[in-house]
Design a binder for this molecule. Structure first.
Ligand SMILES: [Zn+2]
Ligand SMILES: [Zn+2]
Length: 383
């Protein structure tokens, strides 16, 4: 089964939905119009139940098969990002400072397209649950949906994310680690503000903060096993002064850690704290560190990854199983901690990268993504 013919016929409609969603991006937990659009389509398709307001702005729909059986769930995320689009496309975001730069408009559309097919054909025994999730981008939308019982009765669960650089409509999946855990930290460096011309009368917070920035990347591979992938990045440096001749009283650094082994979480927290405090002290300043727990790694169930690969190969032939896990994070981790399942990449072709203002979801991969969900449902629910 390559692209399902019936699904290919839905492409013009699907493109128009995707481009409509793209032009009207909504941020985490504010996906009101998006959720209403999704629920309206799902009701049109004849889904058996459509529940809105799940995990604040999420939508859950159920499609019953022709007989009783197991339950499989598919998840798509719906939220956009806070950046300004620079694609110049006719369907570009109409809202400055908001953009679907991670392709969640495409994920929503691929799952809607699969829902339309599955509601029409129902060639399976059991139940398909469709999860349209809010707030994937750092909002904890998956947890919010779990808290509202979105996975009740679900036996296994899958999600797709588009992947720039992977051939369009091709798939990649691996058993075990797929995406990293992500935590955050803030380091407040306190010194003594003063005139930039007389630094010897101040305690130079900028210099101490810069030394901390330089010290942080020494943690991976020195305090952790070099065989373990770990990232420590300082991404923001902020003071209360924008003047060119003022040494600020306080500088705040913000950053992120990435890792797969959750036993490293306290190690990273402790090393960041010690290194920041000792480095600040070396410059006569002090540092206080807040370390925030983010999401755990996305770990694919071994059997579910094999099922996903089988469905993907029915749609697109060869499936990439050799790609390294990625150090980006994804809150589908919370869903995989609750149920066995797998997270799968679908190639977006040679597009700009995710979260880039020039990024564009490739509409031509919609039939492949929708066919993947349909194939997986029909395969797993027809023993
Ligand atoms: Zn993203
Ligand atoms: Zn994303």
């Amino acid at each position: 089964m390559p692209i399902t013919n019936r699904i290919a016929e839905f492409l013009p409609d699907a493109k128009s939905w995707r481009q409509h969603l793209h032009a009207h991006p909504e941020l985490r937990f504010a996906e009101h119009q998006t959720a209403a659009f999704v629920a309206e389509r799902l009701r049109e398709f004849g889904c058996d139940t459509v529940r809105t307001g799940v995990g604040q702005t999420g939508v859950v729909a159920v499609i019953e098969g022709r007989a009783a059986g197991r339950t499989i769930a598919f998840r798509a995320d719906m939220d956009a990002l806070a950046l300004t689009e620079r694609t110049g496309l006719a369907h570009a975001s109409i809202i400055p400072g908001r953009m679907h730069a991670c392709g969640h408009d495409g994920h929503t559309t691929m799952l809607l397209t699969a829902a339309r097919y599955l509601a029409e054909t129902r060639a399976f025994a059991g139940r398909v649950v469709l999860l349209f999730q809010p707030a994937e981008e750092g909002g904890g939308g998956a947890k919010a949906m779990l808290g509202d019982g979105a996975l009740e009765g679900v036996d296994e669960v899958y999600a797709l994310h588009n992947w720039p650089g992977l051939a369009p409509g091709h798939f990649a999946v691996r058993p075990g680690p797929m995406m990293a855990a992500a935590d955050g930290f803030a380091i407040t460096v306190q010194g003594k503000g003063g005139h930039g011309a007389r630094p010897h009368l101040a305690v130079d917070t900028t210099l101490a903060a810069a030394a901390i920035v330089v010290a942080m990347p020494s943690i991976p591979g020195r305090n952790t096993d070099p065989h373990q992938p770990v990232v420590v990045s300082v991404c923001a440096m902020q003071s209360d002064s924008t003047a060119y001749n003022v040494i600020p009283d306080q500088v705040i650094l913000r950053g992120t850690t990435r890792f797969f082994d959750t036993a490293l979480r306290p190690v990273l927290r402790d090393r960041i704290t010690t290194l920041a405090q000792a480095t600040a002290a070396a410059y006569g300043a002090t540092a206080t560190v807040d370390y925030f727990r983010g999401v755990d790694p996305v770990i694919n169930d071994v059997a579910a990854a094999a099922h996903a690969a089988q469905a993907a190969s029915r749609v697109a032939g060869d499936v990439r199983r050799d790609m390294a896990p990625d150090m980006a994070a994804e809150d589908f981790a919370d869903i995989l901690a609750a149920r066995p399942g797998a997270y799968v990449w679908i190639g977006n072709g040679a597009s700009a990268d995710l979260h880039n203002p020039a990024y564009e979801f490739n509409d031509d991969i919609i039939p492949a993504g929708a066919s993947f969900f349909a194939a997986l449902a029909e395969m797993r629910l027809n023993p």
